[in-house]
Design a protein around this ligand. Sequence first.
Ligand code: MN
Length: 267
Amino acid sequence: MGTQKSTSRRAVLAGALLTSGSSILASSVAPSARADSSSSPVAQPTSPASTPKGPFTLPELGYAYADMEPVIDTQTMTLHHSKHHQAAVTALNAAVAAAPMLVGRGLETLLSIASQLDVVVRNNAGSHYNHSLYWRMMSPPGKGGAPSAELSAQINQDFGSMDAFKAAFQSAGVSRYGSGWAWLVWNGSELKVISLPYQDNPLMDDVSLRGSPILLNDVWEHAYYLKWQNRRDAYLSNWWQVTNWTEASRLFADATRQIDHASWRAN
Ligand code: MN
């Protein structure tokens, strides 16, 4: 089955992790929770002076904060990248540094064992991955290219038309109650649209749809509220002006090659 093939490499990585230690969850929360509890009524978080600068870092955008105007205003882009995303990176680095079993694990490996992670690691790892991808999925208006012939054909096959796909993607974003993301995912055999809550993503081992992300949009209010206020639907429908179809097409090509490679290895 395609889904199993698409996730087999990650499953192997997760399995290797699981056999290398008894409880990642326990080791990720116990040290800091127990630290110095006899001399202080409240366990102290890592002090700013010793906050680790890595291994995870805030990616550069490749465009200016103002470049998403008029779809996304400059202040929203500035706060979203330099404050919201940076906060997730900082929190993730601190949480991983405090969990010896997680030190040295790559971001995708962490996501593949999300069900076993402390919620702080889970949410900030998801946030770092999702936002890093989100920045790549945008280009200044009119500069995002068009879907490749292969991606267009697959969208037409699985949704009927590009307009039908866009409607489904927007609907997923609008109907997500509270905070979350809209996703276009290759599950190994077809493209699917879904929304997931909070910072969840299709690389996590316990979400309702696993697979390779092809496109995503952030529907947390911080992504659009300064300009669009309550009109999340308007943000979603205008977002197509800044969609980076060149990058989505590259992700689709990578995802479908990965499936071919996994099939070959399985044989
Ligand atoms: Mn966000």
